[in-house]
Design a protein around this ligand. Sequence first.
Ligand code: CUA
Length: 357
Amino acid sequence: MINNRLRTIVWALASLLLVSAFVACTPEHPQSTFDSHGPVAEAQMGLFNLLTWIVSVVFVLVTGGLLYTVFKFRARPGAPPPQDIHGNTKLEIAWTVIPVILLAAVAVPTVQNQFYIAAPPEGEDKLVVNVVAHQWWWEFDYPDLGLSTANEFHVPVGTNIEFNMTSEDVLHSFWVPKLAGKMDIIPGKNTTMWFKADTTDADPSTPEKDSFYGQCAEFCGVAHSWMRFRVHVDEQDEFDAWVEHEKSNAKDPETDLEKEGYQLFLTKGCVACHAIQGRPDAVALRGPNLTHFGNRSTLAAGIKENNNENLKVWLKNPDDLKGGTIMANEAAVYINPDLALSNSDLDALVAYLRGLK
Ligand code: CUA
């Protein structure tokens, strides 16, 4: 009785697990690898499908043979004890040679893929983006365009984008699931990859244009899972306009509140880490460049929508949104109670930063 109930529970749990495993394959999720866009993601998807078919056929044949043998030759009442045998040369050759052939067949497309994804095809136009990973945010530099941004970057649709990547501190991994597989980012070393987005909209089922989600995919410390980023894919003219604007200096503070916020930015120590282009006092690059921060759709490395409320929560105590940040642990306003930001300070800083469009 108990045995039967236990068996039912085990079957129910196993089925639930199987169903949830397959539900995870939905292409709708913004970080699903099953919705590939562009040649790199498609090549990797093709390899995944090929491997899945091969292992499925092997699984069915091996398991089928095993089950057939177990049932066909099971012990029967009154049957004589089975005969002892040792070795079967034909069988042993067969189950050595077949896996060798299979592994060789899998190795050829795998190695081809490795070379294909390492760099964009020679002779085709490309845009170079240098990626510098930091605990726990992203720096994106365009060496040929002379601009630098953080946590969100733009690329033109249908253009090969070549990434050269390194890290300021520990191991990270660059991953935009719909555009390309992961690539490790290693301190003191340069790793490369590329992708080409084939659409400007990551999710056509919504009316607005959606950006592609990116995520650090290598454990890099306490805020690893909050080390996200966004890729905005633009038509060429939109992209050119973005570049033009991004290269321009930051907007001057206009309203009284914005002016007060700018003064706080200088006096409360924000300038010790954050650069704002066109402001000679703000040139440090320990934290994200904030020149056009107001135009970014997210804050704190892709984890929250960039609006006044979220920015105020973030500035009040970064730990409330993202535990462990260097800002919360080292910035004077968070460790020295005499310098703590008042409610009106927070409003002024929010006005200034959100005005950086
Ligand atoms: Cu950076 Cu995980």
